[in-house]
Ligand binder design. Structure first.
Ligand code: DON
Length: 366
């Protein structure tokens, strides 16, 4: 575009104003140009053509917060007794962009157990150690169309694999991660998640104890995987480490940062550390698209069009590649085990900001 009537100074001023007010940036710039971006203001040309301003993002988040605050649909998970005790009214929305800006509303500093959202990051760790092909061969990537803890899904699948985001596949994924002891494996996992969050995360011990005392179903899944030679370390030890990883506490803000690490192609946007291998991110996001919301994944893809992952602790994180992530915490769940308010809030914000990946709006076309 030409501005024939403007002086160079005027053009520079306008470019700087756009650069400062626009929130989504194209993060897929090589490290070298990211480094220079710290010293010189970015030009508008490096920004997404459809970038909303920070004010627009904050307005969408505030609206989503107000709109669904009083929604009382759904019910806390109670098959893990400790989760039934969590205040059902907690509700927080956090967005972190791929360049590290944060927008929030509500209870975004309240820790909750990460639960199944952990599966995404253990998958990333297993991929780092074994490479994507080995993980695909040993775990699979087929949506099951069944509940997250389905036994039938393991039996019915001809290869007896599934995907890394249902319980069986996630326990098998944990079994792939190398470590001399179970404790060392858990510590490795916790450190990896902490790097993605950009700060030290800790276990919610009451949730761990509560699930460890009641997880007969997961132990049965592990035994079944053993029968089909689809688990690669001691089954009960793998279930225990998996149970612990699910009990790690995160806040909505920390979860959004973990999502933003994926959105920023594996590099934490604030610490700058490359936590997840850049080349593994597309497969991880594809797994989230296929199975992130279990038997709700098809409907989610249809309506929202963003890779996402839910947990029975009430969290959901959705990733907008190259742009950022949105995390919502609200404990009451639907029948598939996905937070009702989190789905509503993310759907609202995604629609408002035009970030459905399959929509013309996401690339600036009407
Ligand atoms: O293994 C379980 O059942 C839980 N620790 C995790 C399940 C879960 O979060 C399903 N997500 N929506």
């Amino acid at each position: 575009m030409k501005f024939p009537q403007m002086t160079t100074n005027m053009k520079r001023k306008i470019a700087t104003t756009i650069a400062l007010s626009v929130i989504w940036m194209v993060a897929a710039v090589p490290a070298a140009s990211q480094a220079s971006a710290k010293t010189a203001p970015q030009t508008a040309g490096q920004r997404s053509p459809v970038a909303p301003t920070k004010e627009q993002v904050q307005a969408a988040v505030n609206e989503a917060y107000e709109k669904f605050k009083s929604n009382t649909e759904g019910k806390n998970a109670d098959y893990i007794p400790e989760l039934a005790k969590v205040d059902s009214k907690f509700y927080g929305i956090a967005i972190v962009t791929a360049d590290g800006q944060t927008v929030t509303a509500g209870d975004v500093n309240q820790p909750f157990s990460i639960q199944s959202i952990s599966k995404v990051f253990s998958l990333a760790l297993a991929m780092e150690e074994l490479g994507p092909d080995k993980v695909f061969e040993k775990i699979g990537s087929e949506p099951t169309g069944r509940a997250f803890n389905s036994v039938e899904a393991v039996v019915d699948m001809p290869t007896h694999t599934g995907n890394p985001l249902v319980n069986a596949g996630a326990i098998a994924t944990v079994s792939l991660i190398s470590a001399p002891t179970a404790d060392a494996k858990y510590t490795k996992i916790l450190d990896f998640y902490s790097k993605a969050a950009g700060e030290k995360l800790t276990l919610i011990n009451e949730v761990y104890k509560s699930e460890a005392a009641t997880n007969t179903g997961n132990k049965a899944l592990a035994a079944l995987l053993l029968k089909y030679e689809r688990i690669y370390a001691d089954p009960l030890e793998s279930v225990d480490v998996y149970t612990k990883q699910c009990s790690i506490g995160v806040t909505a803000k920390q979860l959004a940062m973990m999502g933003a690490t994926l959105a920023n192609f594996g590099a934490n946007p604030v610490t700058g550390q490359q936590v997840i291998k850049r080349e593994d991110v597309p497969e991880i996001l594809s797994a989230m698209t296929m199975a992130g919301l279990y038997d709700g994944s098809g409907g989610w893809a249809w309506h929202v069009g963003l890779p996402a992952k839910s947990g029975v602790g009430g969290g959901i994180v959705a990733v907008v590649p190259g742009k950022g992530a949105i995390a919502v915490f609200a404990p009451p769940l639907d029948k598939a085990g996905n937070s009702v308010k989190a789905q509503l809030a993310i759907t609202y914000v995604a629609e408002k900001l035009g970030i459905n990946l399959y929509s013309p709006r996401s690339v600036g076309v009407k």
